[in-house]
Design a protein around this ligand. Structure first.
Ligand code: OGA
Ligand code: MN
Length: 229
C-alpha cells in the first residue's frame, strides 16, 4: 500500500526502462510464443532505450554500416538479389549497445525460466534499408542446424505512414503466401521462432532502421561435440 502510494506521488512508474520493467511484456511474449510461435508488440521497447538506440544511429557513420551478406561467409558473400540493406553489429562498445544487450539478456533469462528454451547466446545488428531496399523471403535458421532458435526485431522509425511500405511480412509456414504485415514503427518488437517463420522485408519509400537479433542454443549439445573429437 505504502509503495503504491509512493509511486503515485512521485509520478514514477515501476514500469520504467530498467530492472523488472519489462516483466509484463516478457510474460506476453512467452504466452504468445507458446500459443502461436511469434509475438508482435507495438510500442514495446522501453522508450528511453529505443530513443537512445535511435540517436546512436546518427553516430554510426555510413562507413560503419556494411553491405549485408547472406550465408556462412557472410562477410565476403554479398547477395544483392536476396537482401540489399546495410548492417552494423552491436558489440557492446557503446553504452547504448551495452544497454540493449543487457535488455536482451533479461528477455533471454525470462524466456529460459518460463519456456526452458536453453537460450545460450545472443547476437544482433542494426540494419539500414535505404529507399527501395528489401530482404526477400527467408528463414533465419534451418531445421536441425541447432543454431539460431529465436529471432527478435525492433524498429526505430518515427511515425511510419501506411503508404510508406517497408513492412515485415511474417509467414505462418512454408505454404503461407499471404502472411502478417508488421509496420516498422518506433518501439515495435517482434519475436518469433527462427526455424518456423519465413519472412521478408518489403521495399520502403524512405530510410528504414531496425535491429535484428538472434538467440542461439549451445551447438555443442546437438550434433557435434565441442571440441570435436
Ligand atoms: C533479418 C530480418 C527483418 C526486419 O535481418 O534477418 O529478417 O524487419 N530483418 O528488419
Ligand atoms: Mn530474417
Amino acid at each position: 500500500m505504502e509503495a503504491t502510494h509512493l509511486f503515485g506521488n512521485t509520478g514514477l512508474s515501476r514500469h520504467s526502462s530498467d530492472g523488472g520493467a519489462s516483466d509484463e511484456l516478457f510474460a506476453r511474449i512467452a504466452d504468445n510464443l507458446l500459443v502461436q510461435g511469434y509475438s508482435v508488440n507495438p510500442l514495446a521497447l522501453p522508450i528511453e532505450l529505443a530513443a537512445e538506440l535511435q540517436q546512436h544511429l546518427c553516430v554510426l557513420s555510413a562507413e560503419k554500416f556494411k553491405a549485408a551478406g547472406v550465408g556462412r561467409e557472410s562477410e565476403h558473400m554479398r547477395n544483392r538479389f536476396v537482401r540489399s540493406d546495410e548492417i552494423c553489429w552491436i558489440t557492446g562498445e557503446s553504452e547504448v549497445g551495452r544497454q540493449w544487450l543487457a535488455w536482451a539478456e533479461q528477455l533471454q533469462t525470462y524466456l529460459n525460466r518460463r519456456l526452458l528454451l536453453g537460450l545460450f547466446s545472443f547476437e544482433s545488428h542494426f540494419a539500414h534499408y535505404s529507399p527501395g531496399d528489401y530482404y526477400k523471403r527467408h528463414l533465419d535458421s534451418f531445421k536441425g542446424a541447432a543454431n539460431r532458435v529465436l529471432s527478435v526485431v525492433a524498429y526505430l522509425n518515427n511515425t511510419w505512414l501506411p503508404d510508406e511500405g517497408g513492412e515485415l511480412v511474417l509467414y505462418k509456414d512454408e505454404r503461407d503466401l499471404v502472411g502478417l504485415k508488421v509496420t516498422p514503427a518506433f518501439g515495435t518488437l517482434v519475436v518469433f521462432l527462427s526455424e518456423e517463420f519465413p519472412h521478408e522485408v518489403l521495399p520502403a519509400t524512405r530510410d528504414r532502421y531496425s535491429i535484428a537479433g538472434w538467440y542461439r542454443v549451445n551447438s555443442s549439445t546437438s550434433d557435434r561435440s565441442d571440441p570435436p573429437r
